[in-house]
Design a protein around this ligand. Structure first.
Ligand code: MF3
Ligand code: CO
Length: 261
């Protein structure tokens, strides 16, 4: 069952996403060599709680943290730890969900830690571009396959591979709602998109091969070939003519610009 959201509900979702975007910006301020992923988790937990939200990954199916922090070859659902110390040249995907006003928001951003290899920077750039290209297709009357195939083609043409085991999803009063939003597929296939659908679109893209394995904690997944993977996610409302992006990277990118330019 796909829940179409009213205009009022979409504004509540936007507000939840605003808190999430500002939370990720707090992390952008501190991500650097020497910082542990556990420290990031604590900052996010406190920021969300201090600003009227609830961290919705914490306790979800037993997940033990506010953030998913996936470093280098880790793809998604890395668990924050005192033992994971970021170092120059790493990349870290930070993915989290916030519950506010009764609605969940979901967004992820992959950050470079200091200077990273040019080929890894190109992976990050392409993954984020693919997300925005996919979002351009998320308009009423298009099909899900138009979103999926656009992301897949954009990445594969540039020599990257697309993760299949995890997909984007509808989002609203539940963190994961129908429909699924795969990052691979065929144009013209899949459900017809309708105004009021809210989708979390989240390409997970690999520098090498797309095959994944779970680490021993039962959550963290990494690439089999141990090459890096990138992950960016935005929640968007399907509309007539143009998608309405409810999450925001604006606050993150303002911080990154100030720090690094
Ligand atoms: N944004 C993640 C997802 O859509 C949220 C995971 S919460 C967790 O899969 F508890 F599963 F980690
Ligand atoms: Co998600």
């Amino acid at each position: 069952m796909i829940f179409l959201k009213t205009d009022e509900e979409i504004e509540l979702l936007r507000d939840s996403n605003l808190l999430l975007g500002k939370t990720l910006a707090e992390l952008a301020k501190v991500i650097a060599p020497g910082v542990t992923t556990k420290q990031l988790d604590k900052i996010a937990y406190e920021y969300i709680c201090d600003n009227g939200g609830t961290p919705s990954c914490l306790g979800y199916e037993g997940y033990p943290a506010t953030l998913c922090t996936s470093v280098n070859e880790q793809v998604v659902h890395g668990i924050p730890s005192d033992d994971v110390v970021l170092k120059e040249g790493d990349i870290i995907s930070v993915d989290t969900c916030v519950l506010k006003n009764g609605f969940h928001s979901d967004s992820a951003y992959t950050f470079p830690v200091g200077e990273i290899a040019p080929e890894t920077m190109a992976l990050l750039r392409t993954t984020k571009e693919a997300l925005y290209k996919g979002i351009e297709q998320a308009v009423a009357g298009h099909r899900m396959g138009d979103v999926s195939a656009t992301i897949q083609d954009y990445c594969e043409k540039r020599g990257y591979s697309v993760v299949r085991e995890f997909v984007g999803h509808g989002i609203g009063r539940d963190m994961h709602e129908a429909p699924e939003v795969p990052n691979y597929g065929r144009k013209g296939n899949g459900i017809v998109l309708k105004s009021g659908m809210v989708l979390a679109i989240e390409p997970m893209i690999c520098l090498g091969r797309r095959n994944l394995i779970f680490q021993n904690d039962g959550w963290t997944t990494r690439t089999v070939d141990r090459k890096p993977a990138a992950h960016y996610e935005l929640s968007v409302a399907v509309r007539n003519g143009k998608a309405d992006i409810l999450s925001t990277f604006q606050y993150i990118e303002e911080v990154l610009k100030e720090r690094f330019i």
